[in-house]
Design a protein. Structure first.
Length: 330
């Protein structure tokens, strides 16, 4: 019996690898060269026109890309309001996604693409391209975005809650969450580097300040006490405050190495940031990044972003090309 089980597992793993290779093969540069040759320029022009006026959106859009890829793969399921099949609550209303921003931005890009090439460019590709171009527009790194994704037709709120890494995650949870998507510890450290830009609500980490052990008044010992006192005295004065805080104070609009330096000083906002120091491997990766050059970090970050952008993609005849990103085609 054991041999049969082992054989079945091996067969399953081989099939998964075959499917993964097929997906990688079907994502390609210049996918829309014939069907919509101006597609990538339309996206880029829109981003370069609007992001300089709202640079904080760059962080929001890369976060959207991350949240999308971690649930059912990079298929724009995070954009759906209601699915045609069930009418159930979608990822968009799940707790991890309630603070997502940029839906209107994606819709703006999509409307231009539909005017140029109706029914050709997927919302999933729009998210991936917009995330990259918005980071570049704010002075961050460029990475390749192979395209050809198709849009999913299923979106379930409970899956988002279960699969998107939470800011309260410990190291084991983070490692498992990333491994489930084919991402390793180096990817975990590099993708966490996106916290170098953007802001967070106090509610994402105020348990570290006021209620860490479940007893009111307890504080997370892994958080630098001086930094914690400053947060309590200024930004996050009250439990459950909705005030926003810079994730990388003094440098939250600049894509740099400051986030990692703060993590090493125990000044990362989230428990998930602090968790990176609890394992020797990830701590070593962080030290190497800080001691290296920004150019090297950009190159490494770009590689992990391209890798994440391939997670669970739908290609070929799977899924659809949504006409409107918030709803499946009728």
């Amino acid at each position: 019996m054991g041999k049969f089980v082992t054989s079945a597992i091996v067969t399953t793993l081989l099939l998964l690898e075959i499917f993964a290779l097929a997906a990688r093969a079907q994502l390609q540069a210049n996918f829309y060269a014939k069907s919509c040759p101006n597609a990538e320029k339309i996206v880029q022009d829109y981003v370069y026109k609007h992001i300089p006026n709202a640079p904080s959106l760059a962080a929001a859009l890369i976060r959207m890309h991350f949240h999308d890829c971690f649930v059912r793969g990079c298929d724009a399921s995070v954009l759906l309001n209601v699915t045609s099949s069930t009418g159930n609550q979608t990822e968009r209303v799940a707790i991890p996604n309630r603070t997502l921003r940029g839906f209107g931005f994606i819709d703006g890009v999509k409307s231009l693409l539909e005017a140029e090439c109706p029914g050709v460019v997927s919302c999933a590709d729009v998210i991936a391209l917009v995330a990259r171009d918005s980071i570049v527009a704010t002075g961050g790194p460029f990475w390749n975005v192979p395209i050809g994704r198709r849009d999913g037709v299923i979106s379930i709120a409970s899956e988002a809650l279960a699969q998107i890494p939470a800011p309260t995650s410990n190291f084991t949870t983070l490692q498992n969450d990333f491994a489930a998507k084919g991402l390793d510890l180096k990817d975990l450290v590099l993708l966490s580097g996106a916290h170098t830009i953007g802001i967070s609500h106090c509610t994402s980490f105020d348990n570290r300040l006021y209620n860490f052990t479940g007893v009111v008044g307890t504080q997370d010992p892994a958080l630098d006490s001086e930094y914690a006192d400053n947060l309590k005295a200024n930004k996050c004065k009250f439990l459950n405050s909705t005030v926003k805080v810079e994730m990388d104070p003094g440098s939250f609009r600049t894509f740099d190495l400051s986030y990692y330096r703060l993590v090493l000083k125990r000044r990362g906002l989230f428990q998930s940031d602090a968790a990176l120091l609890t394992d020797s491997r990830t701590k070593s990766f962080i030290t190497q990044i800080v001691e290296g050059s920004l150019k090297n970090f950009y190159e490494e970050f770009a590689a992990s972003m391209e890798k994440m952008g391939r997670v669970g993609v739908k290609t070929g005849s799977v899924g659809e090309i949504r006409r409107h990103c918030a709803v499946v085609n009728s």
